[in-house]
Write a protein that binds this ligand. Structure first.
Ligand SMILES: Nc1ncnc2c1ncn2[C@@H]1O[C@H](COP(=O)(O)OP(=O)(O)OP(=O)(O)O)[C@@H](O)[C@H]1O
Length: 266
């Protein structure tokens, strides 16, 4: 992490401590204008969700921040450095898991470290730690085809954690799992956010999921995606998951976002 990244936030304005800054970012694919002039800051240690109608450019924005897709104009800064491509301070969790089918869970989780030349013993130590954290102990020597969708997703998440990136970029990480597992993941994710103190940028289609897991929600307008609203759900994280889902504040926030999005769907 750069020294600049260690600067202290002012006592009263924690959101000033932006780790990721999106400055005037636009993206045009051929004749499709995907994003128009996006200005956003993502606070260090917080989970921010991008939410919006299908095709509004959520994945595109995440990939531009990851350095996987170039912006047509504007720039991304991470830890005060301009992004010119992928970097070790950012890890991307793909929607389709992107696991190596010929490698075991242990090797998949440690793969980012292997690419960096980390020795095998250290790689295994770190990988084991995150395999345990995501609840996959005992599956170290299994191959992806031997795992359920939910377990593969856990491998993808453990791999992202293992490289110790500051920023985790997650593109609909729970879309391929059933509702029961999805809820379990959301709870696990909240625990990891708390323990790991990393910054999460999350894309989802689910308003309920966004309100449940996010410190901040960025609502994008239909294509070309622009920032239409920023919502900071006030959720009491000390409550149980069931209490949260019945809390009037939670339910009102879900309803308000529905209202905001409804006219796009009609
Ligand atoms: N590589 C590409 N080439 C051309 N057009 C693209 C490319 N990638 C995305 N697009 C278009 O850009 C727009 C934004 O796509 P993107 O996948 O970022 O939206 P999204 O909000 O993530 O969509 P969804 O919610 O459906 O996943 C869409 O119209 C899409 O068809």
């Amino acid at each position: 992490m750069s020294q600049a990244a260690l600067r202290q936030p002012p006592a009263t304005e924690a959101t000033n401590d932006a780790i990721v800054e999106v400055r005037g970012v636009s993206k045009i694919y051929g004749d499709v204008e995907a994003l128009r002039n996006i200005e956003l800051s993502f606070a260090r240690g917080k989970l921010t969700t991008l939410l919006g109608p299908s095709g509004c450019g959520k994945t595109t924005l995440l990939k531009i921040i990851a350095g996987l897709v170039p912006a047509t104009s504007g720039e991304i800064r991470v830890n005060d450095r301009v992004v010119t491509g992928p970097g070790p301070e950012r890890a991307f969790v793909f929607q389709d898991f992107a696991l190596m089918p010929w490698a075991t869970v242990m090797r998949n989780v440690g793969f980012g470290l292997e690419l960096r030349g980390v020795r095998e013993a250290e790689r295994k130590r770190v990988a084991q730690h995150y395999i345990d954290q995501v609840g996959l102990s005992g599956f170290e020597n299994k191959y992806p085809h031997e795992l359920s969708g939910g377990m593969k997703q856990r491998v993808g998440i453990a791999r992202a954690f293992a490289v110790d990136a500051d920023v985790l970029l997650m593109d609909e990480p729970f879309s391929a799992v059933d509702e029961q597992n999805r809820r379990k993941f959301q709870e696990d994710l909240l625990k990891l956010v708390e323990i790991e103190k990393k910054t999460f940028l999350f894309v989802t289609h689910s308003i309920e999921e966004a309100v449940y897991v996010s410190d901040r929600i960025v609502l994008l307008s239909p294509r070309p995606g622009r920032v239409s609203q920023i919502i900071d759900p006030k959720i009491d994280r000390t409550a149980t998951p069931d209490e949260i889902r019945r809390d009037p504040g939670y339910l009102d926030t879900v309803e308000n976002i529905w209202d905001g999005l409804r006219h796009y769907a009609e």
